[in-house]
Structures are given as structure tokens and as C-alpha cells.
Design a protein around this ligand. Structure first.
Ligand SMILES: [Zn+2]
Length: 653
């Protein structure tokens, strides 16, 4: 009977992420002595202190062994009746071993685990521009992530809505740029409109957070989003903008320009100084210089910028970063031209294809496509969150196999409405039909081009729900991310993961996550004070109302400027019965990707279309008279100043 009990005890350890190799013994480690932690080198002193906060008894030895025959970040954890021995290949290896050991408490079984990560880069990005996250909260989040063996924290420190890092040479970046609303020149797009809102980190704050993360083996990659997404910087130092007079009539008098002028030489001197200060604060070999969603329209209005491209800007910045001892990291658009150095670290975010393309072009690539890894996406139809990449559930995250990315299809999860109505959406253009054939699947890139995976979290939805909402967005999805980045596919299974997490019981039935079963990973998260999705505190979230989002593919985009006659079409297998439909062209953060002029047409039989509304300010609300079989939005102008067009999901009431 005793042996049976031990076997049950061991199999119920519910380790997350699942280790590479486990061999079980009999009995458990004795904990009825004073806690005693021995470490082999002074380098491990911070880890001994960290572990000391959790250990109530027993003996643990920490050893650093660079010649240990395991991959980087690997560890061997050997638990005997007398004590535990954690041997790490490197500092992070010891950290990882400690985390596994902590999951074995309160009664560590006799066991030997050899373990190492599948991918070297396992990251989370946090946007602190849209919602300011105070440093204490940032450190708490980093600790919670590090305990899942996440080893990279990508800190999105600047955006249109705020500049959050003190730059001593340019104090206005934070004195002005860190605040919006109230008497600030920065328009409050999110949150409290009439109240001044914001905050920033001093350089001392930054050092404190960097040191805190380093103890936990977490590298912080700072991001200054350039040359777009820079409204906060531009309103602090307006001379960085292209020199023309903007039309402010559509923005309540606020200057909403957000792109650094690329021909102004003084801008590069300023960025050299800014990047120099940032480089000295972060030990990471990388500095992320953004490069996403650049509104090139603003360069087009400046004769001095004529002929200059984003690749020109990126190459200047890559050189500046290099001068300060850093390798540049960028979002995938900045590398799309293929004209920037191949050492640049590329973050493939727009979709799986974008990540694949970056790797195929020879760039080391972090995989972070919206439809799998954007944690600001909603977790079901009725929950708050973004939707441009669809619903991103924990299971969806888990379904991504980073080693088989070449076989993964674009796969936006369909919403309930799509299932009901069988909706299909398409982009049509005569030009497209005549001149463009779909490009063949990109040739398989060397798998080593993919350095890892990352979950970006943009915080525009956080403000209205409070900072706890970050926990809800991260957990348990980040546990799925941690496991697919750590555990080889042969040792992963969703059913087993769900059970170890405590999302289902041993019979596979949905579990009561408000009271997670003891020994499950959810119970550990609760113990850590994490307000995960489904936890007691956050169980009862009001649904957002009866709005339905109806778009079946990843944000429908055309990869060129619109021409007259282009249209987006939605068809419904089952007639859609509704009162109103909102049709909106253009991306939320880059509205000009819409149709400047256009009309909405409706079809009640699926064949004949009649005009029902004009686009006004890129959008229209229509009131159908009968059940709808199809609806389309037709472009009536040439160009929109961008190199793409996009439509948002239909909103149906
Ligand atoms: Zn310019």
C-alpha cells in the first residue's frame, strides 16, 4: 500500500512546464530539519536567498557546473530522502532547477529530473505606454513569469500614448511625453479623457527592475518604438516631425502626427543620445527599435524625405545601436524589405507567414503571431479584449508547435457568430485577379532561424479594468506558452496539460477553477496571488453586451494601396437577422489603412447588391430591412497614403 501511495504522490506532481526526463524513486525528502541551503559559488548567492524564502526545512545543494552534459539553461535535480541537489549548466539552469523543486513542495518525492528548454527565447512583452504599470507591479509580473521559466521580458516603453523611460538629455520626453489628457498636448485616446494620466520610470527605477529580473534569470529587452508610434515623443519635441502644417480639424485641434522625420539629420543625433542612455541601463545585447505600422504618409508630405524608405531609417538606427554595443531588434515590417543586416532580431507578429518570411530571409526570428500569442486578444466571444486576431484561448496557444511552424496554417479561431452564420469574408480587386497570383509557400527556413516564442500584451484594454486584468490576460495562457517553448513535442499533450493545470479533473471534466484542486498548477498560481482567468476574484466578468464580431480570417488585409472598385465582401451561409451592422475600414492604430471614400452594399439574396450607405470617416452603420445574405464595402477612391488596406470585424446588433 505504501508503494502505491508513493506512486500516486509522484504522478500527481503536475509539473508545468513538463520536464524532459523524469525518473522516480521511492519515499520522500525529509523536511523535518532546519532549512539549510549550500551553494557552490558566490554567483549563486542570490538564488540561495531566493530559495530560502520558500524552504521551511530540509537540505538543498546548489551547484554551478558549466561542463554538465546538458544544453544551455539545463539542470539536473536529484531529490533523495536526505536532501535535494540542484546542478545547473549555468545560472539560469540553477534557477530553472529551483523552480521545478518548488513545484515538488510540500512533500518532494525521491526523483531525478534532467531538463532543458526546447527554445532559447521564451518571452512576454508588456506595453506600459497605453496603461502605465508602476515598477512594483512590473517586478511582480516578472517574478510570476520567471517562475514559469519565461526568460525574456520585452519592455515596450514608448508608444503614441506615453514615453515611460527617463532620458536625462531630453527631460521633456517624460515631463511632457509621459502624460496624456487634462492639460497635456497628448490626446487621451484611452482611459480618462479629461484627467491627466501617466507616469514614468526614472533611470534608478529601471536599474532596480533590471537587477530584480537578473536574479530571476530574466533578460529585459527594452523597446523604443520608432519611427512610428511616436506621438508622445513628437509632442515633447515637435521639431522631430516632418515640416509641414498638419490639418487638425478632424482631431479636436490635437496634433496626432506620430512619425519621426527621416531626412532631418538632427533626429539621428538625438536618437544616438537616447539610445546611448538606454544602452547603458540594460545589459541585454539587444535594443528593440520598433518599426511596426509606420505611417509613411507623413514622409510623403515632406519634400526632403522624398525617396527615403523605412529601410534607410532602420539601417541608420541599426548602426547607432551597434555603436552602443547593441544588436537591433525590430517588428517584422522593418525587415520586410530584406535590406537590413541579417544579424537583426526580427519579431514576426502580423501572422505566421510574416514570422516564416523573416526566418526564410535569414533573420533570427522570434515567433509572436497575433492569432496565437497576442494576449490582449479576448479569450472568448463574451469577454473583454481585442479581436483583430480572433479569440486566443489557452488551448489555441498550446496548439502551436514552434518546431513545425512551416506546417502551421493561418488560423484565426472562428467566433460563435461565424459558426452560426457560416460567414466568409474576402478581399476582391480586379487588379489582384489579373496581376497577382498567390505566392507559393515560402521554402522551409533553417529551423535555427527561429530563436523562440513571445506573447505580446498591449494594454489598451487594461485601463478600464484595472491592473489585475494583466494577470487575467497572462494566466493561464502564459503557462501554455512556457510549455510549448520548453517541452519537446513528444512530451506534450493538451489533455495532460489541462489536467496538470487543474483546468479539468482527473476524469477530464471541467474543474471548478475558483477552487483549484491542491497540487495543480492553478493552485500554485492562486498561492502566488495571481488573479488568473477563472480565479475566484475574476470569475464574474460582465460580458460586453450583445455585440458579435463577424470576421472569419485573420484581419483581412490587402498588401497595397486601395484602388477604385476594390471591395471587401462578407457572405453568410445562414441569413443574418439583425437590427444594425457596423462596417469599419482601417486598422484601429492606423486608421488610414481604410477606404477614404466608399459605399456599403447589401444583398438579401446573395446575388444582387444595393447601396445602403456611404462611408463617413472610414465607417458606416447600416440597418438591413431583411435577413442579410451578404454585405460588402466598395472603395471609391485611389490610394490612402498607405501600402495596405484593412477592414475590421463587422459588429452586429
Ligand atoms: Zn520629413
Amino acid at each position: 500500500m505504501f508503494v502505491c501511495a508513493v506512486a500516486w504522490n509522484v504522478s500527481a506532481q503536475n509539473l508545468v512546464p513538463q520536464p524532459v526526463s523524469i525518473s522516480r524513486g521511492e519515499g520522500t525528502m525529509m523536511l523535518d530539519t532546519y532549512p539549510r541551503i549550500e551553494s557552490s559559488s558566490v554567483e549563486l548567492a542570490p538564488l540561495a536567498r531566493y530559495l530560502g524564502d520558500f524552504l521551511t526545512g530540509g537540505r538543498v545543494d546548489l551547484t554551478l557546473d558549466p561542463v554538465l552534459e546538458l544544453p544551455v539553461e539545463g539542470y539536473r535535480l536529484k531529490v533523495t530522502r536526505e536532501g535535494a541537489h540542484i546542478t545547473g549548466k549555468d545560472y539560469n539552469g540553477v534557477w530553472n532547477g529551483i523552480q521545478t523543486f518548488l513545484q515538488l513542495l510540500p512533500a518532494p518525492p525521491v526523483i531525478t529530473i534532467e531538463d532543458w528548454p526546447l527554445m532559447p527565447y521564451r518571452g512576454v512583452m508588456l506595453d506600459v505606454a497605453r496603461t502605465f504599470v508602476p515598477k512594483e507591479q512590473v517586478m511582480r509580473i516578472i517574478d510570476n513569469l520567471a517562475r514559469q521559466k519565461i526568460n525574456k521580458f520585452h519592455w515596450h516603453l514608448t508608444d503614441n500614448e506615453g514615453w515611460r523611460i527617463e532620458i536625462k538629455s531630453y527631460p521633456l520626453l517624460t515631463q511632457v511625453g509621459a502624460f496624456r489628457g487634462g492639460d497635456s498636448p497628448i490626446w487621451a485616446i484611452y482611459g480618462e479623457w479629461d484627467k491627466k494620466y501617466g507616469g514614468f520610470y526614472t533611470q534608478d527605477d529601471i536599474r532596480q527592475v533590471v537587477d530584480f529580473a537578473a536574479v530571476r534569470g530574466v533578460e529585459i529587452i527594452p523597446e523604443i518604438d520608432l519611427p512610428g508610434h511616436s506621438r508622445a515623443a513628437a509632442l515633447s519635441y515637435p521639431e522631430i516631425l516632418c515640416s509641414y502644417t498638419p490639418n487638425l480639424s478632424a482631431s479636436a485641434g490635437y496634433d496626432t502626427r506620430d512619425v519621426w522625420c527621416i531626412s532631418r539629420e538632427e533626429n539621428y543625433q538625438m536618437l544616438d543620445i537616447i539610445i546611448g542612455e538606454i544602452a547603458s541601463l540594460f545589459p541585454s545585447p539587444y535594443i528593440h527599435i520598433g518599426g511596426d505600422e509606420v505611417n509613411t504618409h507623413q514622409w510623403a508630405k515632406d519634400p526632403n524625405c522624398e525617396g527615403l524608405t523605412q529601410a534607410y531609417f532602420t539601417n541608420r538606427l541599426v548602426a547607432i545601436a551597434e555603436k552602443h554595443g547593441k544588436t537591433a531588434a525590430v517588428w517584422n515590417e522593418a525587415a520586410a524589405s530584406g535590406q537590413i543586416p541579417k544579424s537583426t532580431l526580427v519579431f514576426g507578429w502580423e501572422n505566421v507567414t510574416a514570422a516564416r518570411k523573416a526566418a526564410a530571409n535569414g533573420y533570427p526570428t522570434v515567433i509572436c503571431p497575433g492569432e496565437y500569442f497576442y494576449f490582449d486578444m479576448r479569450q472568448s466571444d463574451s469577454e473583454p479584449g481585442h479581436n483583430w486576431a480572433g479569440v486566443v484561448t489557452t488551448e489555441k496557444v498550446y496548439s502551436f508547435d514552434p518546431e513545425r511552424i512551416n506546417n502551421i496554417k493561418e488560423n484565426r479561431t472562428s467566433s460563435a457568430a461565424e459558426e452560426i452564420y457560416g460567414v466568409e469574408a474576402t478581399f476582391f480587386s480586379e487588379l489582384l485577379l489579373e496581376n497577382e497570383t498567390p505566392s507559393p509557400a515560402s521554402s522551409a527556413p533553417a529551423s535555427h532561424s527561429f530563436v523562440g516564442i513571445e506573447a505580446p500584451l498591449f494594454t489598451s484594454v487594461v485601463m478600464e479594468h484595472g491592473l489585475d486584468f494583466i494577470d487575467y490576460q497572462l494566466f493561464p495562457r502564459v503557462c501554455a506558452l512556457a510549455e510549448i517553448g520548453w517541452t519537446p513535442a513528444s512530451r506534450r499533450s493538451w489533455a495532460d496539460f489541462e489536467r496538470r493545470m487543474g483546468l479539468v479533473d482527473d476524469a477530464g471534466k471541467p474543474a471548478d477553477t475558483t477552487h483549484p484542486a491542491s497540487g495543480t498548477h492553478l493552485a500554485r498560481l492562486a498561492e502566488m496571488g495571481i488573479k488568473y482567468r477563472g480565479s475566484k476574484e475574476l470569475m464574474r466578468r460582465e460580458p460586453e453586451g450583445k455585440l458579435l464580431d463577424v470576421t472569419p480570417t485573420t484581419s483581412i488585409t490587402s498588401q497595397r494601396a486601395p484602388i477604385e472598385g476594390d471591395w471587401y465582401l462578407w457572405t453568410f451561409e445562414q441569413p443574418l437577422i439583425c437590427r444594425e451592422i457596423d462596417v469599419k475600414t482601417g486598422r484601429d492604430h492606423l486608421q488610414r489603412t481604410g477606404f477614404p471614400k466608399g459605399r456599403v452594399e447589401i444583398s438579401y439574396d446573395g446575388k444582387n447588391f444595393t447601396k445602403i450607405a456611404e462611408l463617413n470617416d472610414l465607417k458606416a452603420t447600416v440597418r438591413p430591412e431583411k435577413p442579410v445574405r451578404a454585405i460588402r464595402v466598395v472603395c471609391e477612391s485611389h490610394g490612402n497614403g498607405e501600402s495596405s488596406t484593412q477592414v475590421q470585424p463587422l459588429r452586429v446588433r
